[in-house]
Write a protein that binds this ligand. Structure first.
Ligand SMILES: [Zn+2]
Length: 280
């Protein structure tokens, strides 16, 4: 998704390259006028204001497109802002007040995105807090069973209250009866005794919460997310309904907008590649 423009030396996203090309063309024209000058002579590097304006407009358009495309990927968007600011200062030169203003705005947007990235779980926790050492949170989920396996077969983070373990094993068995060839992938529950479970912030502390992967359309137990070509909304919807049949008190958090609109799940902000299920 990135390119490196030789003339400017600026690495830019695909949409930003248009702006770089405008510059390269202007400099190639300069070179034709002064064929004997070296590439880095100010008379070769100099571009007219009209070219500057065009490149700036192209880059602003590029960034606004990225803002729409990357709403779910703050890290990538933060990088686009940085590339854009670099382009304006390095290619257009630091002198232009309008460029400086745009750069500053992009960099401040980037900074606020990065604050959210470094504290990804700053949102309100979904489940209740628990300091740990709670003897009620000692039921283990086996690394694998009928219709499921735990991601990486790591059962150290797969303890919960008995009703949570029962929900998962009953759900997986019911799923297996319908889809014998597709095993569910189970993510984190809680650690034995509960308590904070990095990197889940306030979640997964009280033995009531489990992460389960959405279902792919390939029949395999593989990673997917709501934007991926291998995501099956139909099968994932079936799984969510089965969860709610297995335990009507279960609440599913997941960011598929259509499923949110249908009232099947609740949106969070950070659950596009796994579902988070909580029991009261
Ligand atoms: Zn979770």
């Amino acid at each position: 998704m990135r390119g490196k423009d030789d003339a400017t030396g600026v690495a830019g996203p695909v949409f930003g390259i248009e702006a770089s090309i405008i510059f390269r063309q202007a400099r190639a024209a300069n070179k034709e006028s002064f064929p004997d000058l070296p590439e880095n002579d100010p008379r070769i590097l100099e571009v007219p204001d009209s070219v500057r304006d065009k490149a700036r407009a192209e880059y602003r358009k590029a960034v606004s497109i990225w803002e729409q495309v990357l709403t779910e990927e703050p890290e990538a968007l933060a990088e686009r802002y940085m590339e854009g600011a670099n382009f304006l200062s390095e290619s257009l030169g630091p002198g232009d007040p309008q460029d400086r203003e745009i750069s500053a705005r992009w960099l401040s947007k980037r900074a606020s995105l990065e604050r959210n990235i470094t504290t990804p779980f700053a949102r309100k926790p979904i489940g209740p807090p628990n300091p740990g050492g709670d003897s009620a949170i000692n039921a283990p989920l086996a690394a694998q069973g009928k219709g499921y396996f735990i991601f990486n077969y790591n059962a150290a983070r797969a303890y919960g209250r008995p009703q949570l373990i029962k929900l998962i094993t009953s759900l997986a068995a019911a799923w297996s009866a319908r889809h014998p060839n597709t095993q569910l992938v189970i993510g984190d529950l809680s650690q034995p005794g509960g308590g904070p479970l990095p990197p889940h912030g306030g979640d997964h502390q009280d033995g009531r919460e489990v992460d389960i992967w959405p279902v792919s359309n390939t029949g395999g137990s593989e990673p997917t997310n709501i934007f991926a070509p291998n995501y099956s909304r139909d099968l994932t919807t079936e799984l969510i309904k089965l969860i709610q049949q297995t335990n009507p008190n279960a609440v599913v958090y997941f960011d598929d907008e259509q499923l949110v609109a249908a009232g099947l799940v609740r949106a969070t902000l950070d659950h596009s590649n796994y579902m988070h299920i909580i029991l009261p």
